[in-house]
Design a binder for this molecule. Structure first.
Ligand SMILES: [Zn+2]
Length: 389
């Protein structure tokens, strides 16, 4: 159906800068942050900072100040380009605020270089000013990258995120349809048990280590009004590191799972779950919701890339509707009830499995109706009503 096409993707790698390289990166960030803040100032004082005007100011400023000239022009220009993009977006997108000042203690370093500003030689990332950083090449870059974003995360780790093009192999059509229901104990229940995604949360070893650091934190916590001790801060950092590790594992399993689903199914019907992150819900519930959010986002992204049909089905009544005869039970099931029983036809099934089948049936019914009207104009993601019985 589709020939081999190419797609633009990001490939991210861990960087291991030495002390000197790190100092250069931070200095570069300091200069770029100054320029960003200067642009914000221009905007706030009514000077309408377009990219053209900012570029001109940058050229002038670089001719006056050596400390600015010491930095990379590519990175500085890219900062201003990002600023003007953010400013334009803030006028177009509802609810998006104007770009704000980047405070030193509150923002993490990020630098961008276009193809003129960086190179890869001897397995190292070379940046302007003779900066050379070893890269952990965890996988091969498919083609030569066109730009790179170098950034530091909250734990102090550095990363390089390359923009590159690769062949889109998954865009060949396959048969098969699948329905997916989200849940707390099992992140995703599919119509076929082989495609379930169990909830791993903090894996066992991670969870034990996390509990240990949390006990350490509570032991070292000082009373209200006193600055936290170094021991407390250390324990806090340890906990953050473990959280991050668990999140990374979740992302990894979600990706592997999404790929398997997309490889084998053309039509993917998904419960349109929207996590609420209520302040009153427990930490465990929030973590489970986050896992669902990651899995859903990854699945939709992979499916769109492979030209699959994704149908988002609103979650109303999916657990109360029989997947066999489509009749709806009168009473809502309690959360503890794990088996669905149909009042009309007596069909019994696992609660989540029944919901997955209902989601698929709803999607197919609505798609059949929609296809009568337009065959080719259907958008890649469709949102359908759930109670068209
Ligand atoms: Zn039934």
């Amino acid at each position: 159906m589709f020939g081999v096409s190419t797609e633009t993707v990001r490939y991210t790698y861990r960087l291991r800068p030495g002390a000197e390289a790190e100092r250069s990166l931070l200095a570069e960030w300091g200069r770029c942050r100054f320029l960003w803040n200067e642009a914000v100032h221009q905007q706030r004082t009514g000077n309408r900072p377009t990219f053209a005007r900012l570029s001109k100011l940058l050229t002038e400023a670089r001719s006056h100040f050596t400390w600015l000239r010491d930095g990379s022009q590519v990175a500085q220009q890219q900062t201003l380009r990002n600023y003007s993009l953010a400013l334009t977006q803030s006028f177009k997108v509802k609810g998006r605020g104007r770009p704000k000042f980047k405070k030193r203690k509150e923002t993490l370093p990020t630098l961008e270089y276009t193809v003129h500003g960086f190179s890869i030689r001897d397995d190292r990332l070379r940046l302007p000013g003779g900066v050379s950083i070893p890269v952990v090449w965890s996988r091969e870059l498919p083609t030569a990258p066109t730009s790179v974003r170098v950034y530091q995360d909250s734990l102090g780790h550095w990363y390089a995120s390359f923009v590159t093009r690769r062949e889109n192999e998954s865009a060949t059509a396959v048969d098969g349809a699948i329905g997916i229901d989200w849940g707390v104990t099992t992140t995703a229940t599919a119509t076929q048990p082989a495609y379930d995604l169990p909830y791993t949360g903090h894996r066992k070893r991670c969870a034990a280590e996390l509990a240990k650091t949390q006990r350490k934190m509570s032991r070292r916590r000082r009373p209200r009004g006193y600055p936290p001790s170094n021991g407390y801060k250390n324990a806090q950092r340890q906990a953050a590191r473990l959280h991050k590790k668990a999140t990374r594992q979740n992302t990894h399993t979600a990706r592997a799972w999404a790929k398997r689903i997309v490889d084998d199914h053309q039509v993917i019907a998904v419960e349109d779950f929207k996590p609420k992150f209520l302040a009153r819900s427990s930490m465990a519930r929030k973590a489970a919701d986050a896992a669902i959010g990651t899995a859903k986002r990854t699945l939709v992204e992979y499916a769109e890339r492979a030209c699959r049909t994704v149908v988002l089905v609103p979650p109303a009544y999916t657990t109360m509707t029989c997947s066999k005869c489509a009749s709806r039970n009168k009473t809502r099931m309690l959360l503890a009830e794990r088996t669905f029983r149909c009042d009309a036809c007596g069909h019994t099934a696992d609660r989540d499995r029944n919901a997955a089948w209902t989601i698929l049936a709803t999607a197919e019914r609505n798609r059949a109706g929609a296809d009568d009207v337009s065959h080719s104009l259907s958008p890649p993601v469709q949102v359908v009503g759930s109670d068209a019985v």
